[in-house]
Design a protein around this ligand. Structure first.
Ligand code: CA
Length: 397
């Protein structure tokens, strides 16, 4: 089923004629905003220069009124067939990062995930630390290594300390993992839209480096996002009541606009051997954005509560989204319980963590009363460092 009906209209950036154009996904095609602005189709709604930029940042700066006007105009235009030159085939398009991402923050807002990692990393203490239910915990990540869907992920090198060894060793991570997350992109004053995020994580490097200051090189080597930004306006029909928060949050986090979102999520895995044999990717997890304890609006309120400036084009990821059932965990460290319960793949392979050649695809979609709004895919394939040194392409298509 198609992800991009007229009720969706997510924004992205793609290559055309040696340039990067902004576009809107509609059905199997992309409507070229650059070309449409040149044809003066948005006069009175939005300055053409904003739509002829190669990233969404100038549009993000405009704020809700312009976003709403643009969406209304697009819905009117795309209800009819426009001239052929204004479209490109979505399947053939080479997508680029839609936003010049300024700051990148990663939260830790799923209670099931935080408790599972507490049990795994600190087996002899309370799963949740005392601050967790009082504020959305997070850290600042590395925006410079955020990459688009389809970009290969090089297995990171790092320092790790095997439990039986007296000194650490340096080399390729042997516990490479995924994290299924949703990220929001900020505009002027408010959240513009959402993307899928895979926060690739090297668990062996993380376990050795994370105390006392938190994750650093175990997560900064690559973070993949989906190419289409699904707007908050499109997601309005899928707002749902958030889960009960107890204790009641402090005043600055008790904000009226605190809805959760009903967004279905899945993780697919295909090994190199499966690909060679024509075996389709297997779904290893299914969960939902409603599993987040802290809402996006609370995360944003917390991030700016100390007076820090939030800029249009910042990315805030939710943290791994895990449900309560083991089939709904959003990372391999939870799905395999740190490798003690390997996953069985079609053809007899087993997985504790990611092997070279494994390809992971995150998907997200909202569905109700016959209406489906999708996010597209958030995909990455693991390659060893020596293969990259040999000069292979950084992209899979
Ligand atoms: Ca994360």
């Amino acid at each position: 089923m198609n992800d991009f009906p007229i009720e969706n209209l997510p924004y992205g950036a793609f290559e055309r004629d040696g340039d990067v154009h902004l576009g809107v996904a509609i059905g199997e095609r992309i409507f070229d905003l650059h070309a449409a602005a040149r044809a003066r189709l948005f006069d009175g709604v939005c300055d053409p220069g904003v739509l002829q930029a190669s990233v969404l940042n100038p549009l993000l700066e405009k704020g809700r009124e312009v976003w709403h006007g643009l969406r209304s105009r697009l819905q009117a235009l795309l209800s009819d067939e426009q001239e052929a030159g204004l479209y490109v085939d979505g399947g053939d398009a080479s997508m680029r990062l839609p936003v010049a991402i300024g700051d990148y923050v990663d939260f830790y807002s799923s209670e099931n995930h935080a408790a599972n990692l507490g049990r795994i990393f600190r087996p002899n203490s309370e799963p949740l630390l005392p601050n967790w239910k009082w504020m959305p915990i997070g850290y600042h990540g590395r925006s410079g290594t955020i990459v688009i869907d389809g970009t290969r992920v090089v297995r990171p090198n790092g320092q790790r300390k095997p439990s039986e060894a007296s000194t650490p060793v340096f080399g390729p991570s042997t516990m490479l993992d995924i994290e299924l997350e949703i990220g929001f992109i900020t505009g002027a004053q408010s959240i513009f839209g959402l993307v899928l995020v895979n926060d690739w994580s090297a668990r062996d490097i993380q376990a050795w480096e994370y105390q006392p200051l938190g994750p650093f090189l175990s997560k900064s080597f690559a973070t993949t996002i989906s190419p289409w930004v699904v707007t908050m306006e499109a997601l309005q029909p899928f707002r749902i009541a958030p889960s009960q928060q107890a204790p009641s949050p402090l005043d600055y986090l008790r904000i009226p606009d605190d809805a959760s979102y009903d967004i279905k999520l899945s993780v697919e895995l295909q090994s190199a051997r499966m690909r060679e044999r024509g075996v389709a990717p297997v779904t290893i997890s299914r969960t939902n954005a409603r599993e987040l304890y802290w809402t996006f609006e609370q995360q944003l309120a917390h991030a700016r509560s100390n007076g820090a400036t939030i800029r249009p084009g910042d990315l805030f990821a939710s943290g791994t989204i895990s449900g309560s059932d083991p089939s709904s965990y959003g990372s391999l460290i939870e799905l395999t319980w740190r490798g003690t319960k390997p996953l069985a793949l079609p053809g007899g392979e087993r997985r504790e963590f990611l092997e070279d050649g494994d390809e992971v695809t995150l998907r997200g979609w909202c569905e109700r009363d016959g209406l489906r709004l999708g996010f597209g895919s958030c995909r990455g394939r693991i390659v060893p460092r020596d293969q990259v040194a040999a000069g292979t392409s950084s992209h899979d298509r």
